[in-house]
Design a binder for this molecule. Structure first.
Ligand code: GAL
Length: 434
């Protein structure tokens, strides 16, 4: 009696084991494509995908909405949760994100700028590397090497760039310039620019529209680049240049001069408010990233009619760049959905839907140029031929902590208007955080 029992039992358990193996293989067949980042998995996916960004305003929300539209169509069973926190340049969002990360409450994916800002998150251990996704989706061959190097740390890749923005753009209202007798062909040198601002002032319009403090930092970084040139500008961030130099002193004094041409209500305005002053004919110029081009498009303004552009005087031939990228946080509640999201963001279809609306050129080099307006066509050309310089305000060249120290120095300067103190504040920030 006991013999057959003994022989039957193992047979039964072998059958169960076999079934378990077959079941396991089936599950693996369904799950592996996701774990392997193919993004093409047919496995039923559900739950939510929470995406964190700061794109809530004019032009920016419109770009995000385009991608969300594709997501919803392709993933009807995964609810998209838009966790965007308002505030240009991520001023508020980054603080909220820092709190969530320190409370171990990450979203499924969050926005971070390629460069030093992203490196902060990587070094803090907040992100998973996504090398396998790059491999399976073949992203590596589509993104420019210069950009990929900014999202790599110790040989591993950490985010998917969705775009490339340009920071050093001087936007203007062609009609206002004409009425004020300003020749748009003569905006190349600093003296020409100052003369143009004076003409605008004499014509009774705001010469140079600015908004809340980060837009002042944006303005200042472009002046720094214009004054020093790309090599010396880069040296400041690498630690090989001097913040106490005569060049930085000149940049501070040029910036101070620009402030005499700006609107007095700047602090209470958003970047969109300041850009709108230009297309409304109330201001002649605004220096802003090319998300302004996205906003102008949303306002139904035509390039070269409602608005014109030029490199910030002194920066012709230089592309001061930044890139919005999205991440896979460690502990993302819906990791599989996050990987699908990142796969979508890196795709040609998503980049060509997002960027013409957002006002940026795509990070992918195989995008369809026909979809991009006259401004963006010029940006696509310049990106290929210009020298590159990274943006400070938008996370390329300095860490979050260094940026915050510069914010403090700038905030004090906007009150005190003391250039010497501003320059020593900048030098102290570099000494501490470089
Ligand atoms: C930048 C961001 C852009 C745009 C801008 C204004 O930091 O990279 O995509 O959103 O802020 O909010």
């Amino acid at each position: 009696m006991s013999e057959p029992m003994r022989t039957r039992r193992p047979r039964l358990s072998r059958r169960i084991a076999l079934k378990a193996v077959l079941f396991g293989l089936l599950v693996a067949a369904l799950v592996v494509p996701v774990a392997g980042y193919s993004g093409q998995s047919t496995a039923a996916q559900s739950g939510e995908l929470e995406v964190f960004s700061w794109w809530t305003g004019g032009g920016e929300a419109a770009g995000l909405t385009k991608v969300i539209g594709i997501w919803k169509k392709e993933n009807p069973s995964i609810k998209f949760v838009n966790a965007a926190v308002a505030g240009g340049a991520g001023t508020n969002a980054k603080a909220v994100l820092a709190q969530r990360l320190s409370a171990n409450d990450p979203p499924d994916s969050f926005q971070g700028h390629a460069g030093a800002e992203l490196q902060d998150y990587i070094k803090a251990g907040d992100l998973e590397s996504i090398d396998s996704l790059y491999k399976s989706a073949g992203f590596g061959k589509f993104f420019p090497k210069s950009l990929v190097s900014q999202i790599r740390y110790r040989g591993k890749l950490y985010s998917v760039p969705v775009n490339i923005h340009r920071a050093n753009v001087l936007w203007y209202n062609p009609k206002v310039l004409k009425d004020a007798g300003i020749n748009k062909g003569q905006l190349k040198t600093w003296p020409q620019f100052v003369a143009a601002l004076q003409k605008a002032k004499d014509a009774g319009v705001i010469p140079l529209a600015v908004a809340e403090q980060w837009t002042n930092k944006h303005l200042f970084e472009t002046v720094l680049l214009a004054t020093l040139g790309p090599a010396k500008y880069a040296a400041l961030w690498k630690g090989t240049g001097s913040w106490t130099s005569a060049g930085v002193k000149t940049a501070v004094s040029r910036y101070q001069q620009l402030l005499t041409f700006t609107n007095s209500d700047a602090a209470s305005l958003t970047w969109q408010d300041a850009s709108k002053l230009v297309v409304d004919g109330k201001a002649a110029f605004n220096i802003m990233g090319d998300w302004a081009n996205g906003y102008f498009t949303e306002l139904k303004q035509k390039p070269n009619v409602g608005y014109g552009w030029a490199p910030v005087p002194g920066t012709a031939g230089v592309y001061q760049w930044l890139s919005d990228s999205f991440t896979l946080p460690k502990g993302a509640p819906n990791r599989a959905a996050s990987i699908k999201w990142l796969t979508l963001l890196g795709s040609k279809r998503a980049q060509d839907a997002f960027n013409p609306v957002k006002g940026s050129i795509p990070a992918r080099q195989d995008a369809n140029p026909k979809l991009y307006n006259a401004y963006l066509k010029s940006a696509l050309r310049d990106w290929k031929t210009n020298k590159l310089a990274g943006s400070l305000t938008h996370g390329v060249v300095a860490s979050n902590a260094w940026n915050t120290a510069i914010d403090t120095a700038l905030g004090q300067f906007l009150q005190s208007k003391n250039p010497t103190r501003f320059q020593s504040g900048l030098a102290a920030a570099a000494k501490k955080y470089r």
